[in-house]
Write a protein that binds this ligand. Sequence first.
Ligand SMILES: Cc1cc2nc3c(=O)[nH]c(=O)nc-3n(C[C@H](O)[C@H](O)[C@H](O)COP(=O)(O)OP(=O)(O)OC[C@H]3O[C@@H](n4cnc5c(N)ncnc54)[C@H](O)[C@@H]3O)c2cc1C
Length: 372
Amino acid sequence: MASGKRYDTIVVGAGIAGISSAYWLREAGQRVLLIDKKGLLAGASGAAGAFLSPRLGRGGDLQKITNEAYRFALDFYARTVAEGFFQKGLVRIPKDEKDAEKFAGYEPFIDVPYERVSAADFPHIDPDAMRYGAYFFPDAAFVDPMTVAKTLTKGIETAWGIDARPEFRNGSWHAGRFSAESIVLATGAECLPIEIPYITIGGVWGERVDVRTDAEIPVTLHRQLSVSANVDGIVRIGATHVRNDPRSEIERVNQLLVDAIALVPALQDQQIVRIYAGHRSSVSDHFPLVGSVADSVRARETLGTPPRSVKPESAGIPGMHGCYIVTGFGGRGFVFGPLMGKMLARKIVEKQPVDQRVSADRYLLRYLRSPE
Ligand SMILES: Cc1cc2nc3c(=O)[nH]c(=O)nc-3n(C[C@H](O)[C@H](O)[C@H](O)COP(=O)(O)OP(=O)(O)OC[C@H]3O[C@@H](n4cnc5c(N)ncnc54)[C@H](O)[C@@H]3O)c2cc1C
């Protein structure tokens, strides 16, 4: 437990975004304090199935950055958290004929190892579910969130029970009884603890469930919902995406179980071990949001309506002294965490620009360019 001393950086939020950032800041030699109003993995990160799966698509930027993060994450967890890393592969199954056509359109853009598979390759999956074929991603994996969190925070000072409202005074950031040169806002889908007029965080609520079963499930599969490989008798099933859904949590979870059994009939024997729920954070373009927080008042004064030549991470964008953000990981927090945390740490410590595709500046520029 930390006392009231001064740090290089205080990271607010002990989800995968904050934990990864704190890890890389410490690796870079900083004195870091990680704080949370509740505790380690109290938000969405504690609810995640923590599947590491590639994004399919038509080769756009979101697919590219997701799969860069995916490759980075696989290597990172395998090296750093080997005991909580389960590389079982993933079978992605189209849900109907239309979906199968979509998958075929994605195939030329798949930028990670894969192979086409059929029902005969995976006898534990209902053959009818596989009637349009499927794709197998042998590198895909999942992690145990708590093992990741405990391993990455080893040696990092933490303080829980602090609902931070950071303030910048006398050249330092103050949060609770602590102060630091820099502050990182890693507060997930919750309201930002300082006002940033150009950023709106949204989110999608979701549930997942762990079941105990004797079913032999050697690989993870995904067909609208995910069913993990069986590790020590436990299978993860998820997740729901709750938008204006009048059903209760237990009704939604029951439907997950029904759908999972339809995919893997041997799951009939399942017994619920635990239900998890959380709020995934996202911004409107669905890319992660990483980097400096800009001083929007000064930016409007100095940049006016910035021309298109002003890009995210341009030198002329005035920052709020020592204030950074990392959020918007959507349904892929454990995929994005390691790479985004590293980018942010390099920004803070080495003043390296973050990748423009994820830079928080993109929202500042949109804000300044939109009519007031
Ligand atoms: C059901 C479900 C299944 C999912 N499955 C997967 C999956 O398979 N793979 C995957 O990669 N991702 C998955 N996700 C998404 C993943 O969980 C999120 O992308 C990720 O957890 C977001 O991490 P975060 O650190 O940004 O936010 P969070 O984990 O929500 O962390 C934010 C933290 O900030 C703290 N906080 C907020 N405000 C303050 C404040 N003012 N002061 C102090 N502390 C504060 C909160 O207490 C919380 O601990 C899933 C999510 C859900 C809900």
